[in-house]
Design a protein around this ligand. Structure first.
Ligand code: NAD
Ligand code: MG
Length: 392
């Protein structure tokens, strides 16, 4: 029996994870679930999956959850320390890291430091602290499996000896596919006034609001380039983004001998979740088999960096190194929230990120404290830029 903790259980990835777990009660039990504010929904999940522990965002939310679950034997906590506890407890084997944004860094790192099997959806945590996080995984013997569909596809397309001896694997390129999001066909000029609702309407995937906006700006792909760099030890020049609007191929690896290996499937996150949960075995995920005869054509083309400046900014941050990716991530989180709150326009998102990067200095990502300090500085700088744009 694998005992699972889900950080961010009420989110899109959290719900898909529970859906897969429910199909295999003989293999998995739920040790702990967390949610930030959606207490009612978490209470329903707790009734169904009977975890020993639940964690929410505030004392008020904890009291509300306790009242809803008064008849169940469950330990209820709140805040970051409690999240770190359920991620590192000796009573859990596997941690699904599915909190969105920088808030997931501390508990995800705690899971790595406790040597857990970490299923990583929370890409922002890795973008912020890449070297430190990968070092923690190695030092503490944790197992890190990617949930992001592209990285899961790359993982599946790499040989098993890759981690031991990457040079012998003969990788020529890591090809990250990108759908291009909902605005792929629109001219840049028409993007100034798109609404959060339009930006969140992804053509192929159903996801949380923050990652949906990131997909529309293609910052999501930029964060994924940085994620691929850390997960697979791939330098920026080895990583190429390919627009593939159908999202049937989830990413590819091309090799020096001319071979290209890819992973295909219907766009449903339950496939990478089931893959990582059962790895190296395979289990049913509830996802229908891919029927390639239903696809008239699969298309591929190069991204236009001018149309998607966030993608270029992410490559810049990766090449700059140190705390630059943490800076990029924090500025983006602030800008996306301001866009979702209708304070700034869609195109202002890349303006906020660029201006924050231009106005800030960054240093070595030598410690988590240094990363968090950069995160705080970038948030305050980006906040000021948002205020200026919102007033204009
Ligand atoms: P979501 O918004 O649907 O869910 C986020 C979860 O995090 C919720 O359970 C919420 O309660 C919790 N949360 C939010 N803010 C928090 C805070 N400050 N402290 C603690 N918990 C908090 O997001 P999602 O779409 O499920 O994405 C989760 C992560 O997975 C993101 O990092 C995203 O980039 C990544 N991811 C998602 C998908 C997808 O298909 N949804 C695909 C690949 C990667
Ligand atoms: Mg992805």
């Amino acid at each position: 029996m694998q005992r699972i903790t889900i950080l961010g259980a009420t989110g899109s990835i959290g719900a898909s994870t529970l859906d897969v777990l429910a199909r295999h009660p003989e293999r998995y039990s739920v040790y702990a679930l967390s949610a930030h504010a959606r207490v009612q929904e978490l209470a329903g999940q707790c009734r169904r999956f009977r975890p020993q522990r639940a964690v929410v965002g505030s004392p008020e939310a904890a009291a509300q959850l306790a009242a809803l679950l008064h008849d169940l034997p469950i330990d209820i906590g709140h805040g970051e320390a409690a999240l770190c506890e359920i991620a590192s407890s000796p009573d859990t084997d596997t941690v699904m890291a599915a909190i969105v944004g920088a808030a997931g860094l501390a508990p995800t790192l705690a899971a790595a430091r406790a040597g857990k099997k970490v299923l990583l959806a929370n890409k922002e945590a890795l973008v912020m602290s890449g070297q430190l996080f990968m070092d923690a995984v190695r030092e503490h013997g944790a197992t890190l499996l990617p949930i992001d569909s592209e990285h899961n596809a790359i993982f599946q397309s790499l040989p098993s000896h890759y981690a031991r001896d990457p040079n012998a694997a003969g990788v020529a390129k890591v090809l990250l596919t990108a759908s291009g999001g909902p605005f792929l066909q629109r001219t840049v000029e028409t993007l100034e006034h798109v609404t959060p609702e339009e930006a969140c309407k992804h053509p192929n995937w159903s996801m949380g609001r923050k990652i949906s906006v990131d997909s529309a700006t293609m910052m999501n792909k930029g964060l994924e380039v940085i994620e691929a760099h850390w997960l697979f030890g791939a330098p920026a020049d080895l990583i190429e983004v390919v627009i593939h609007p159908q999202s049937v191929i989830h990413s590819m690896v091309s090799y020096v001998d001319g071979s290209v290996l890819a992973q295909l499937g219907n766009p449903d996150m339950r496939t990478p979740i089931a893959h990582a949960l059962a790895f190296p075995e395979r289990i049913a995920s509830g996802v229908a088999q891919l029927d390639l005869t239903q696809w008239a054509a699969l298309q591929f083309h190069q991204p236009d960096f001018g149309r998607f400046p966030c993608l270029a900014l992410a490559f810049d941050a990766l090449r700059a190194g140190g705390t630059a990716p943490a800076l990029l991530n924090a500025a983006n989180e602030v800008a996306v929230q301001a866009f979702l709150d209708r304070r700034i326009g869609f195109r202002d998102i890349d303006r906020v990120v660029r201006r924050t990067m231009d106005a800030s200095t960054y240093g070595d990502a030598a410690s988590i404290e240094a990363v968090m300090a950069q995160d705080a500085l970038a948030r305050s700088a980006a906040g000021c830029i948002v205020d200026t744009l919102a007033r204009a």
